[in-house]
Every structure is written in C-alpha cells, then in structure tokens.
Design a binder for this molecule. Sequence first.
Ligand code: SF4
Length: 319
Amino acid sequence: MADLVEAIELTRYFEMGKNQRVHAVDKVTLSIGEKEIVGLVGESGSGKSTFGKTVVGLHAKTSGTVKYRGEVLPQKYQPADFQRFATKMQMIFQDPYSSLNPRMTVGEIIAEGIRLHPELSAADIKQRVAEWLQRVGLQANHMSRYPHEFSGGQRQRIGIARALILEPEFVVCDEPISALDVSVQAQVINLLGELKDKMGLTLLFIAHDLSMVRYVSDRMAVMYLGSLVEIGKSDEVYFDPKHPYTEVLIGSNPEPDPQLERSRPSTAIQGEIPSPVNVPAGCRFANRCPKVMDRCGIETPELIALKTIDRQVACHLYS
Ligand code: SF4
C-alpha cells in the first residue's frame, strides 16, 4: 500500500512566554497508506488533536515534515495553500455545536469550500449542497435552516457534508462522535464507514474509545504526552498490547471487550498525565508506569520495530 500522508518527526510547540512552551507534539513519525484508516488514541492532553490539525495545515509546524503523495507540504499555510490542499485534505471536528457558524444557514456552511471553485454557478452549488444533504441522511430543504434547529447527530452530519463535498482524499476525524449521545454515535460511525468505502477515503480517526477505534481502523497508533508509544494492526494492539501505557489504557476502557476480560484482568490508569510544559526526562510515562525500571527516568526510549511481531513500541522493556 503506497503512503498517502507521511508525518516525519512532526513537532508542534506552543510558546507560552517566560521561556515556557507546550510540547504538544514531539517528533511524531507516522505514515498513512492510501485508503487506510489509522486510529489515533490516547488520553486528553496526549496531543492527538494537535497532531491532526498540524498534519492538515491548521497549525504551522514547529519542525518536521508532512508529505502528501511524496510532496513536502508548506511549514505554514498561506491562504492559497488552504485553497490548494482543501480539496485533498479535510477535517471533521469534535464538537458539532461550536464548529458550525450559528449565523450561517446550513446551505452556506456546506457550500463554503466549493465556493472556491469559480467554474461552479450558484445553481450548481445549490444542487451539490442538496445532493450532499441527502448523502448524509438529511433533506435538501434543510439548506435554508440554521444549525440550532438540528440535533447534535444532525449537526455532525452537516459537518461531514461540509468536509466531504470537496471530495478530499484524506480526512482527519477528530473525535467525531465524542460529543454525541450514545444512541446516535453508531449511526454517525456507520455513515462515515459508508462514505469512506464509496469515496475511497483515507482516514486518521482520532478517538478516546479504544474499542471503537479497533472496530473502525486498520492500524492503531497510541500517543502519550506528545509522543507515539506504540503502532500496530488494530486488533493485535488491542488484544496484545506491548507498551505498558497501551496496556493500562485498554484495561481502563469503560466498555471492556469480553474477549479482553478473559485474557487479562482489568487495570486502572494511575496518576495524572504530566504537564506538556514540563515534560519529564527519560520515558514520559515513567511516573505512572507499573513496570518502571531505573534507566526509565534517564534514557528516552525510541520507537523501534519489534523483531518477532509487526509492531513498533517505544519502551525499554524491548530495547
Ligand atoms: Fe515503563 Fe520504562 Fe517502558 Fe517507560 S520505558 S513504559 S517507564 S518500562
């Protein structure tokens, strides 16, 4: 499978003043193959959303590279870059309540991106918006209404239509169901799955819920305090995690899988994730790790490929 998107040592810091900086994303290297779904998991504060936004150009890169079909993307997007790459890369946001402009009609919101195409007439745009409203399970006459007239699930469908009307190849889904009622989460996931298959999309699917990520994604990448700690095939990572953080993250999953309970007792994650302003020396997980060793507080583990299975892990237990 050819790589569609490659992040190479991608780093994004936020300057706080007084020589302080938030290490949101630190040298993350991750490739996503064409038509692949990669799930990105980790606790709040792990840097998942910042990584996704930096990959699609919504944040400038502090350092490192993003390649799209082998082309190195700009370090900081200019307006023309957004226009050029909007048809290739899009993002579906977490919160359908705050990500839709309340003063714009649904039709205006969905049409925002395609208005950049001068060859489309007003009638063409209206027709495309009507088609997309129907593709996401809404009605063409909804285009004249405002976001507050819709439920959370419907608003996320509007967000999906807004992103996909541009027919991108790559979409970052940033916790697209976490703000929705459980009853509509599966509907939105199924809609994304259908559209992914029909359009041949490549997805980076960011989520808290590991069982959901296992269900939707081909590979799973686990992020902790700005760094990747484990990458592998989703089922294999879920049922046979190698990094101690992945293990406790899966063990603390609120809806443990019955197969998981048979194979391993449930565990709870201890302590708090350290501040990304004061990143600890050595392994970033050391203060919470049940398997911590002397060297862990001094030496930073590199992400390495394991010899016996198809897995990359950043932990001194394997180096
Ligand atoms: Fe735990 Fe050490 Fe591995 Fe970090 S490197 S996860 S502290 S065993």
